[in-house]
Design a protein around this ligand. Structure first.
Ligand code: AMP
Length: 368
């Protein structure tokens, strides 16, 4: 196991981050505030995290010599995206603890393993079936679970709605299967949910657990647009979502922050859609509306420090600045009631997350 080291990192220790995107950038800033150094491993030159870190190793993922140098230079290693190759974390874990460990990564990388694991804990998900070929797709499409339609998803490497196909019972399995280009898939029954929420929570090395309040997430074109906190759900549902997050994290003997994305049905049932073994876009609001952000919470967890208080001092609305949205920054800066956070990306592209903005309001008053 990789999370079994018991020491507490001292200021001046080095935290390695696999991946150099905006999440790695925000982790590096949080680590610096606690006196740690950060080293980023990412093949991309001038990636967002490298701009604010102490060191950047810009070599390919399969450069074993560079991975070993990186591992040997770090006191703990974490990752900021879940598609880090398992061989990479396994190799690094020989030299230095990797938090969260390889198990969480393996489960989150494969939708079939993920949903099966969550179900195995007695937690509800959308109905699903394994699809490995045309025949299994045809059989799954004939299953009553597709009564409201279905979504065919690749088991691996899907994000922001990519690698997904909306289908309905009776659709042509041959054409649909051809579109997935032979990638192993799952077919999920379509859930007519009331709203989507997520819980961002932290688990310390000693099993301590702290959860931020659930956010209500609104997506457009498969990309998270807006997170609103508090989510418009009852206290019971909010607690249930946190309880579910804890069960999943305990089940993985997890260390660090995790995002758990859920559907809330019209019957007030909470179904888990996806887990992200890392800090999460729907938790960015915590940097503005909580004393301890998700980024600091993650650094605390992997450094063996006590977890901070996740209480929210304000209600808030977080909006992603996607593509040209970033042109609104001068106007947003004029607004004294919002926190603007930019990721240092030189090139604006459609669909690219360039930054985010969080508006605050006193509890009970509408933000934004
Ligand atoms: P995912 O990549 O699994 O997070 O899916 C992206 C988005 O597609 C989700 O945030 C939902 O809005 C929608 N979605 C995914 N799976 C389902 C489902 N089984 N039923 C209804 N909507 C879904």
């Amino acid at each position: 196991m990789t999370n079994e080291f018991s020491g507490v990192l001292q200021p001046g220790a080095t935290i390695g981050v696999l991946g150099g995107g905006q999440l790695g950038r925000m982790l590096a800033v949080a680590a610096a505030r606690l006196g740690f150094h950060t080293m980023i491993y990412d093949p991309g030159r001038n990636c967002p995290a490298a701009q604010v870190a102490n060191r950047h190793i810009a070599t390919p993922w399969d450069d074993n010599e560079a991975l070993d140098d990186f591992a040997n230079a770090c006191d703990v290693v974490t990752y900021e995206f879940e598609n880090v190759p398992a061989e990479t974390t396994e190799r690094i874990a020989v030299a230095v603890p990797v938090c969260p460990g390889t198990k969480a990564l393996a489960v989150a990388q494969d939708r079939l393993m993920e949903k099966s694991f969550v179900r195995g804990l007695g937690i509800a998900t959308a109905p699903f079936g394994q699809v490995d070929d045309e025949a299994s797709l045809r059989a799954a499409l004939a299953d009553p679970m597709t009564a409201n339609g279905a979504i065919l998803k690749t088991r691996r490497l899907g994000y922001d709605g990519k690698g997904q196909l909306r289908l309905k019972a009776g659709d042509d399995a041959v054409a649909a299967w051809a579109e997935m280009a032979g990638a192993p898939c799952i077919l999920e029954g379509f859930v007519d949910f009331e709203l989507e929420i997520s819980v961002v929570a932290a688990r310390g090395r000693n099993g301590s657990f702290r959860a931020f309040d659930p956010a209500h997430n609104i997506h457009r074109d498969g990309i998270l647009r807006t997170s609103i906190v508090p989510a418009p759900v009852s206290a019971d549902i909010a607690e249930e979502a946190k309880r579910i997050a804890r069960m999943i994290m305990d089940g993985l003997d997890y260390c660090g922050v995790m995002g758990v994305e859920c559907f809330v049905t019209r019957d007030d049932e909470v179904l888990v859609n996806e887990i992200a073994p890392r800090v999460h876009n729907s938790g960015h609001w915590t940097e503005a509306a909580c004393l301890i952000s998700q980024f600091e919470q993650h650094i605390r967890a992997i450094a063996g420090l006590p977890l901070g208080d996740p209480a929210r001092h304000s209600d808030c609305v977080m909006e992603n600045l996607i593509g040209d949205d970033v042109d609104r920054v001068p106007t947003l800066l004029e607004d004294g009631n919002c926190l603007v956070h930019l990721y240092g990306k030189a090139e604006t592209r459609p669909g690219r997350k360039m930054g985010h903005v969080t508006w605050l309001a006193p509890p009970g008053r509408q933000a934004g």
